[in-house]
Design a protein around this ligand. Structure first.
Ligand SMILES: Nc1ncnc2c1ncn2[C@@H]1O[C@H](COP(=O)(O)OP(=O)(O)O)[C@@H](O)[C@H]1O
Ligand SMILES: [Mg+2]
Length: 249
């Protein structure tokens, strides 16, 4: 059973003229790191939001670990961790307090939760700042706390939306090294979106490139690069497939 299977998924937001997702199909094998790549507005966040039950699809189906997101969301929520694009933390609480809050939401408490928080704060180099308010944190520190909040309950599938955007090189390296070892050590499936194509090329077992709500290619990065003529990197392939027009307006 794949970790994620999506069939002919469509989404047209209310009052929108164009569909944001135009019949995408995708299978993500278990225990892989899967990169969902595409320019701004391609439909990445919409897809992840449907998988987490935050947005309802217009048609098509999406399953996580064999369970339909439109019918078995409660079960699904227990086995996925979602790290959203926009930081979802309480700025006036400390890093530690934020993590305790999110742990409690997942039913974790007491010493078990305390130990987990301590372990991850250490892993992400945040121990010395655990008792500072999040409003005083740098962008990279907030991202790392946001990530920890998504893994406290040991999900089988970790979904991250642009986890390395707006952070410094050191934080980015720490996050991508962590994702690699987390996947290797625990067989966790990781689905993440990114603009960092060099990072995705190194990190991902498989990628899909989405543009204008359609998947334009999918496969192992090296295989995709080898298939395309005059193409030596994922970034070159991305530009060839999605064009040069600028999308972040
Ligand atoms: N809540 C919404 N209502 C209307 N349109 C939306 C909404 N969210 C996203 N869109 C539109 O859907 C398209 C895909 O957006 P999104 O999934 O956020 O892309 P990406 O994450 O790849 O940048 C864009 O054209 C965007 O403007
Ligand atoms: Mg997005």
């Amino acid at each position: 059973m794949p970790a994620v299977s999506i069939h002919s998924l469509c989404k047209t937001y209310k009052d929108a003229v164009e569909p944001s997702l135009n019949s995408i199909s995708l299978e993500i094998p278990r225990a892989t790191i899967f990169g969902f790549l595409g320019p701004n507005g391609a439909g990445k966040t919409t897809t992840l939001s449907i998988l987490c039950g935050l947005v309802k699809a217009t048609s098509g189906s999406a399953k996580i670990l064999g369970k339909d997101v439109s019918k078995e969301l409660k079960e699904i929520k227990k086995c996925i961790g979602m790290v959203p694009q926009d930081i979802a933390l309480f700025p006036s609480l400390t890093g530690q307090e934020n993590l305790t809050y999110f742990g409690n939401l997942y039913g974790l408490k007491g010493k078990v939760l305390e130990n987990k928080i301590e372990h991850y704060l250490d892993t992400f180099g945040l121990t010395n700042n655990a008792h500072k308010r999040v409003s005083q944190y740098s962008g990279g520190m907030k991202r790392r706390i946001n990530l920890i909040a998504g893994i406290l309950h040991d999900p089988q599938l970790l979904i991250l939306d642009e986890p390395t955007v707006g952070v410094d090189v050191q934080s980015r390296k720490m996050i991508s090294d962590f994702l690699k070892s987390y996947n290797k050590a625990n067989g966790i499936t990781i689905l993440y979106t990114s603009h960092m194509l060099d990072e995705a090329e190194k990190l991902c077992d498989e990628v899909a490139i989405i543009d204008h709500g359609k998947i334009v290619t999918q496969g192992a990065p090296q295989a995709l690069i080898a298939q395309q003529e005059n193409c030596h990197s994922l970034e070159a392939l991305f530009i060839q497939l999605t064009g040069r027009s600028v999308r972040d307006h």
